[in-house]
Design a protein around this ligand. Structure first.
Ligand code: ADP
Length: 162
């Protein structure tokens, strides 16, 4: 049976921590749908289309990765796509608490949808979209933390604001 998982997130912007989770999910699942959340509580710096475009460019050689965006509840999106598993990354205790709550809420909404958690790998445990935005804004480099495509776009977007 062909197994597909959704890796949902804001990806504002995608970091190597996100890419690591997607690539490791591909060792377990045949296909991964990277699903970019359109509605976010925080004002995003990249539009959903820009985030989708960056991720498509990054995964363009990987035929088993699809990049899509979704609006509304993730459980509804998963249902529409006929997918029964999603993969989320965990970096620390605060991720754990948030993810625990989200997973239970999603279970209530969609009992058939399973959340699989993947522990981050050492190099990425400190890495978040917010940290990388700060680093690039104040003149730092993104090597080892973000894909060169993301670094170029972030510099264009953030440095012209200063
Ligand atoms: P959301 O707003 O839905 O939390 P994010 O883009 O912040 O979206 O994160 C998407 C997923 O990627 C989450 O499961 C998050 O825990 C995971 N993630 C983000 N950064 C890392 C990282 N450095 N290592 C492992 N997982 C990560």
């Amino acid at each position: 049976m062909n197994k597909t998982a959704i890796c949902p997130g804001s990806f504002d912007p995608p970091t190597n921590g996100h890419l690591n989770i997607v690539n490791r999910a591909l060792k377990i699942f045949d296909n991964v749908i990277v699903a970019v959340a359109v509605n976010m509580t925080k004002e995003p710096i990249f539009t959903p289309e820009e985030r989708v475009q960056m991720l498509r460019e990054i995964f363009k050689e990987q035929r088993n990765v699809e990049v899509d965006k979704f609006e509304g509840l993730l459980v509804d999106y998963a249902n529409r796509r006929g997918v029964k598993t999603m993969v989320r990354g965990i970096r620390n205790m605060s991720d754990y608490e948030y993810e625990f709550q989200m997973a239970l809420a999603n279970k209530t909404l969609a009992p058939d949808l399973e959340t699989v958690f993947m522990m981050t790998e050492g190099d990425y445990s400190h890495l978040s979209s917010s940290i990388i935005k700060e680093i690039i804004t104040f003149g730092g480099e993104g090597k080892g933390m973000i894909h060169p495509i993301v670094e170029k776009k972030l510099k264009e977007k953030l440095r012209k604001k200063i």
